[in-house]
Design a protein around this ligand. Structure first.
Ligand code: ZN
Length: 290
């Protein structure tokens, strides 16, 4: 049995074909241009590489309520040209296979969850944050994705401001200084006029970012009590997580018991940004089983 994965990002679509063990058999990267062109190239790929079902993890916001007339749409995205795009409807018409549609971070969270069930780790709850061009978070609790009237939007929570960062207004077009507005990749340009990859870890801005990310980790720890919290995306790195763990330990202040922080606040287990692809394969396979 072959299953498909579409990881729909703001700069590229990664389409892949996998087998029942979630191994990638073929993969292609399609640049994200207009919806018409990008979706046509995506459908053409799966016409050449037929699969029995497809899992889609998309940038958002997206409509995931099955009873909505806009189910399967990308909705209010700031990405030019992509507002109100009928993503699932187009693929269904072109490919006629079952499609599971979720957010990019939910796909990644589910991939990491599935991987843990295949390893000795066998955890049943985790949170996955991506910290990159935007910030988002997805959660698996007792093996299920969270969210009823929509998907979680953990990137837009409000935080206590760092005392050395009070003048920075943040970059979120909706909230200014929400988590995304304070720690996403574009905040480096906004604060320092240079990209994050040019800012050494000795720079104090990393302590400001780690304070905010640690607060997000604290909140989700207290709200969901997951087995672990994973950080992906271009801003995340092991060096950055060392700072986050330090700040998290201070903020938690021993209030509840959590696993060792090296294991609790961690990078993805699946290498090369592959979490969402595994998650998509697994969700497609789950659709076929149901
Ligand atoms: Zn926001």
């Amino acid at each position: 049995m072959l299953v498909g994965s579409i990881e729909a990002g703001g700069t590229k679509f990664v389409c892949a074909v996998g087998n029942g063990d979630y191994q990638v058999k073929d993969q292609v990267r399609i640049p994200t241009t207009t919806p018409a062109e990008t979706l046509k190239r995506t459908a053409d790929y799966f016409k050449r590489h037929p699969v029995s079902a497809i899992g889609v993890a998309s940038f958002g916001p997206i409509e995931i309520r099955q009873n909505s007339s806009k189910y399967g749409f990308i909705t209010k995205t700031p990405k030019p040209g992509w507002q109100d795009t009928d993503f699932v409807g187009y693929l269904k018409r072109e490919l006629d296979v079952p499609i599971f549609f979720t957010t990019d971070v939910n796909g990644s969270a589910y991939g990491e969850y599935v991987m843990s069930t295949l390893s000795n780790e066998k955890i049943d709850s985790l949170v996955y944050y991506t910290i990159g061009t935007g910030v988002g978070g997805g959660a698996v609790v007792n093996g299920q994705l969270l969210g009823a009237i929509g998907h979680p939007e953990m990137g837009h929570v409000l935080l206590k401001r760092h005392p050395d960062d009070l003048d920075f207004p943040g970059v979120c077009p909706f909230h200014g200084d929400c988590l995304e507005g304070l720690v996403s990749g574009p905040t480096f340009e906004a604060r320092l006029n240079r990209p994050g990859e040019d800012v050494p870890f000795s720079h104090p801005v990393w302590n400001i970012l780690s304070y905010y990310v640690a607060q997000a980790a604290l909140q989700v720890t207290l709200e969901l009590r997951p087995n672990k919290i994973i950080f992906g995306g271009g801003v995340s790195s092991e060096k950055f997580l060392q700072k986050v763990r330090r700040d998290f330990a201070k903020l938690l202040n021993g209030y509840v018991e959590v696993p060792g922080l090296e294991r609790y606040l961690t990078m993805p287990e699946i290498p090369n940004n592959g979490s969402a692809t595994v998650g998509n394969f697994a969700m497609a396979a789950k659709l076929l089983r149901e």
